[in-house]
Design a binder for this molecule. Structure first.
Ligand SMILES: NC(=O)c1ccc[n+]([C@@H]2O[C@H](COP(=O)([O-])OP(=O)(O)OC[C@H]3O[C@@H](n4cnc5c(N)ncnc54)[C@H](OP(=O)(O)O)[C@@H]3O)[C@@H](O)[C@H]2O)c1
Length: 340
């Protein structure tokens, strides 16, 4: 089956996904009978191009990697805004991979609404729209009889959302706990080696794990959005990131870390959501966990989650939570779900 795909946002994730599609073209055709045709790519930096005959994804990657505009590299309809682009694309599925805005969810919410309301499936890795407008967007998708898939928004390609939605279908979930931010887990791991918070943060920035402005990670905004996404699926709630009791890791000192280690504990930034069947609570705070516990063994940039269920007890998942390849895999899994 051929899917016509329009991609908005050709950064780390958009390119990571494109790389996988090129590499796995034959495998996807053989195993899933899936053929993907790029009918448009829209990016703030590299321009916007629509061509219904198809764009060569390899050529698109080569162009942006050489710093060239997509508009100069391809024939087709050029210079459209994302909303005009969606209309003109004729795509079956729109992949939204622009930057995350946790204040308003924009402009991604506008992109997603436009795509859904014109009858297109949407796949996104962008936490903003899902943390802030999940109910509204999923209701719109249902009304339009299309799918909104967003498995890359939590733990990237490690299938936390798919485990919750599909794997644990029919289970009552009473609690979710997770290490959902690799940057802060890396900083805490480095602090165990004796680095101060500032030294560990600088190290994370040098390795490309932390942004120049690390607020989203160290002040726990990123894991707050992620736990809200999981909680709203598990508990049918309509929580927003502002409902999360939130404390980041800025105030965790080397002494806190050493003191915990002496007592057989590790400090971890744990995102937690739980429900008594009536109300739902969500928090992200530094917690001490036993060194030998599941979360105590999660080191570096790795992510992990635990779902507490009625029928299966505690179910655990651990894996990589960021990177272009990992988020690209999440988009690919969502794409395959569209045709299964
Ligand atoms: N990287 C990861 O490991 C990862 C993992 C899971 C989820 N995510 C999420 O996936 C999304 C993409 O992440 P990324 O790492 O690929 O970010 P990125 O490298 O910054 O790429 C985003 C791209 O989208 C473009 N863009 C921004 N606003 C746009 C708009 N209105 N219209 C068209 N293009 C626009 C950007 O252009 P400019 O550069 O000109 O702004 C950039 O090329 C984010 O929401 C992120 O939170 C990322």
């Amino acid at each position: 089956m051929e899917l016509k795909l329009a991609l908005i946002g050709f950064g780390v994730v958009g390119r990571g996904f494109t790389d996988i599609l090129i590499r796995k073209k034959e495998f996807l055709q053989r195993k899933y009978n899936l053929m993907v045709k790029y009918v448009g790519i829209c990016d703030m930096k590299y321009g916007s191009i629509v061509n219904h005959s198809g764009l060569d994804p390899h050529k698109a990657l080569e162009a942006v990697r050489a710093g060239n505009s997509l508009e100069k590299s391809f024939d087709g309809v050029k210079g459209l805004s994302p909303v005009e682009f969606i209309d003109a694309s004729g795509a079956d599925v729109v992949v939204e991979a622009t930057w995350t805005n946790l204040d308003t969810g924009e402009p991604a919410i506008t992109h997603i609404k436009k795509a859904l309301s014109t009858g297109r499936h949407v796949i996104t890795t962008n936490k903003g729209p899902i943390a802030l407008a999940y109910r509204e967007l999923s209701n719109l998708a249902k009304a339009k009889n299309v799918k909104l898939l967003f498995s890359g928004t939590v733990m990237s390609g490690t299938p936390s959302i798919r485990t919750l939605v599909r794997g644990l279908a029919g289970c009552y979930v009473s609690e979710i706990a997770g290490i959902l931010n690799g940057t802060t887990n890396y900083i805490l791991t480095k602090m165990e080696e004796g680095l101060s918070f500032n030294e560990a943060l600088r190290d994370a920035q040098q390795k490309g794990y932390a942004e120049a402005d690390p607020t989203m990670d160290v002040d726990a905004l990123d894991p707050s959005a992620k736990i809200v996404i999981l909680a709203n699926i598990a508990f049918e709630s309509d929580l927003k990131p502002k409902d999360v009791i939130r404390e980041g890791i800025r105030n965790v000192t080397l002494e806190n870390i050493k003191d915990a280690l002496r007592r057989g504990k590790r400090v971890k930034l744990i995102a937690r959501a739980w429900s008594d069947g009536k109300s739902v609570k969500v928090k992200v705070t530094p917690e001490e966990v036993d060194i030998n516990s599941f979360f105590g063994q999660v080191k570096g940039t790795v992510n992990a989650v635990m779902f507490r269920t009625d029928s299966l007890g505690d179910v655990y998942l651990i894996g990589r939570g960021a990177g272009g390849e990992e988020a690209g895999q999440a988009i690919l899994a969502d794409l395959i779900e569209l045709i299964l």
